[in-house]
Design a binder for this molecule. Structure first.
Ligand code: NAP
Length: 280
């Protein structure tokens, strides 16, 4: 009897199983690299997550992406790398020597997108990061790792910015939300990690005229693709990095870990996902 080996497959585990662009991204890479493999969405409620992860390989998966509300539980149930530990949340699971490992790819997604969109951005000595939630932790970690001298961290709830500064050390400086304008003139990089500007959320009100002329502006929000912040930055002739670029770049490492080839973020892939976002 000949046994037929099933092609490797990964999944996205979330609850509820919201519409995600990840299958579009991974199917594009599988197709263009000629790899027989799969990527599916798995809706798993919180009380079933532990069991699902323990049986991940028995279910035929070589790994997974993890999204809300499971990212902290994924960290606890696996052997995390330094990045997942620093962020306090894992978004990618894979097997290494039979052991379930985890990482957080938002850090490299953010940094690699900046490198692609605004080479030289890291000449900035001062960065201003807006927001102190989960995504902000990845951004702040990435900026410190890259050697940015001062990361000014402004958040509506100042205590959350303070807690993050306590964790990440002396290069992070908490800033009150109403003091943002004081920091803008020396910010070589401005990053929005809040949900402001997102479809259905209030706009982010900030006077970009105060930024220096060489500043780079990044927004993590990607629905809409062109946020009012990015539109205003482009209007001032500043370099920008958008949230879709980060989303695409953060997907690279998971694919490589599961399927063994490092994929490229191509203009064709971007156009494919952009078209899907326009359906929103
Ligand atoms: P989160 O943990 O819920 O944090 C939300 C942040 O937004 C907090 O700092 C919160 O401030 C702030 N905020 C919310 N409403 C606000 C308001 N009305 N005024 C001022 N600040 C407000 O969310 P997250 O996971 O960090 O995600 C944040 C954004 O990043 C979302 O839009 C998400 O889609 C996006 N994101 C994009 C990518 C990508 O690949 N492009 C990856 C991850 C996240 P308080 O602390 O005061 O509540």
């Amino acid at each position: 009897m000949t046994s037929v080996k099933k092609p490797p497959a990964a999944c996205l585990i979330g609850w509820p199983a919201a519409h995600s662009r990840s299958p579009l991204i991974h199917h594009y890479w599988l197709r263009t690299l000629g790899i027989a493999g799969g990527y599916v969405i798995e809706a798993v409620p919180p009380d079933e997550f532990k069991d699902f992860v323990f049986r991940l390989s028995l279910r035929g998966f070589v790994g997974a992406n993890v999204t809300l509300p499971h990212k902290e539980q994924a960290l606890a149930l696996s052997k995390p790398d330094a990045r997942a530990r620093a962020v306090g949340a894992a978004n990618t699971l894979w097997y290494e020597g039979g052991e379930l490992r985890s990482t957080n790819t938002d850090i490299e997604g953010f940094i690699n997108n900046l490198d692609a969109c605004a080479p030289g951005w890291d000449r900035a000595e001062d960065a201003l990061v807006l927001g102190a939630g989960g995504a902000s932790r990845a951004v702040v970690f990435g900026l410190i790792e890259r050697g940015i001298k001062r990361v000014h961290l402004a958040n509506r709830t100042l205590d959350r910015a303070r807690a993050l500064a306590d964790q990440f050390g002396a290069s992070v400086h908490p800033v009150a939300w109403d003091a943002v304008a004081d920091v803008l003139p020396r910010a070589g990089l401005l990053v929005n990690t809040t949900s402001l500007g997102m479809h259905g959320q209030p706009a982010l009100k900030i006077d970009l005229a105060l930024l220096p002329p060489h500043a780079v502006v990044a927004d993590l929000v990607y629905v809409p693709l062109e946020t009012p912040l990015l539109a205003a930055a482009r209007g001032r002739g500043l370099q920008v990095a958008d949230g879709l670029g980060m989303l695409l770049h953060q997907a690279v490492r998971g694919f490589e870990l599961w399927f063994g080839q490092r994929p490229q973020v191509t203009p064709e892939l971007r156009a494919l996902v952009e078209a899907d976002l326009k359906k929103v």
